[in-house]
Design a protein around this ligand. Structure first.
Ligand code: NDP
Length: 241
């Protein structure tokens, strides 16, 4: 029976690097995306990784999507909750829509995706759940009250779920990247990017591959003693405890 690793937002940026790294580790990988068919088709063509399209903020779509992946490929043993968006703005000007979209995609998705796989993992006595949070969920960020709240929520979700499932062979960990060189960061204005890099002690943005390497470790059987942890990968920008 082939065991599957599912990566949400696994067709671009950090998620694409994670999907490729997990495939290299021997997993059959399913990458989920939302709307960018062109990027997803190109990714699938270049990597041979299966891609599926649904909205991770939609609970019903996640349930149906997971069932379709499992019927087509096999049981999901590794879930990487990576899909995320930003809708930045100062809180005193932030709309309810900006708040809801960010909470839905970054945090509601944790419930919807994880709830869809957890019973199967518990029955089989093995699972690896890796949730991508952010440095800004650890320290808070001006202009990102919505995103900081969602990503801090990811950390609480991780710690509680880890305790509930530790005795069932399932580990649950969070990874908090600092600023990584993806389209999300490329969208930031040039002068803001320069200021961000100036604030990173190692003097550069992170590479998607560096996050993927950490996720590969957490997904591996040798990480069985590591659960409920929050792994900080930010070039020394913020030292959280
Ligand atoms: P990108 O914007 O480069 O890629 C986002 C991916 O998520 C795409 O595959 C996109 O699909 C998918 N996606 C977005 N919304 C949904 C949705 N509702 N349903 C399904 N898939 C969706 O993001 P990054 O690689 O930069 O970020 C990945 C994760 O890392 C996010 O959680 C982000 O918050 C976090 N992070 C990023 C940092 C950075 O510096 N880049 C720093 C810290 C954390 P499609 O292509 O169809 O749009």
């Amino acid at each position: 029976m082939t065991e599957i690793a599912l990566v949400t937002g696994g067709t671009r940026g950090i998620g694409a690097a994670i999907a490729v790294a997990l495939k290299a580790q021997g997993w059959e990988v399913a990458s989920i995306y939302h709307g960018n068919d062109k990027a997803a088709e190109q990714f699938s063509r270049e990597t041979g990784i299966s891609v599926f399209r649904w909205d991770v903020a939609d609970e019903g779509a996640c349930r149906e999507g997971v069932a379709a992946v499992e019927a087509q490929l096999g049981p999901i043993s590794v879930l990487v909750n990576n899909a995320g968006i930003t809708r930045d703005g100062m809180f005193h000007r932030m709309s309810w829509t900006q708040w809801r979209e960010v909470l839905a995609t970054n945090l509601d998705s944790m419930f919807a995706m994880t709830r869809a796989v957890i019973e199967g993992m518990r029955e089989r006595g093995f699972g690896r759940i890796i949730n991508i949070s952010s440095i800004n969920g650890q320290k808070g960020q001006v202009g990102q009250v919505n995103y900081s709240a969602a990503k801090a929520g990811v950390i609480g979700f991780t710690k509680a779920l880890a305790q509930e499932n530790a005795a069932r062979g399932i580990t649950v960990n969070a990874v908090c990247p600092g600023y990584v060189d993806t389209e999300m960061v490329a969208a930031v204005r040039e002068e803001v990017r320069a200021a961000i890099i100036a604030g990173i002690p190692v003097g550069r943005l992170g590479a998607p591959q560096e996050v993927a390497d950490a996720v590969s470790y957490l997904a591996s059987p040798r990480a069985g003693f590591c659960t409920g942890s929050v792994l900080t990968l930010n070039g020394g920008q913020y030292i959280a405890n």
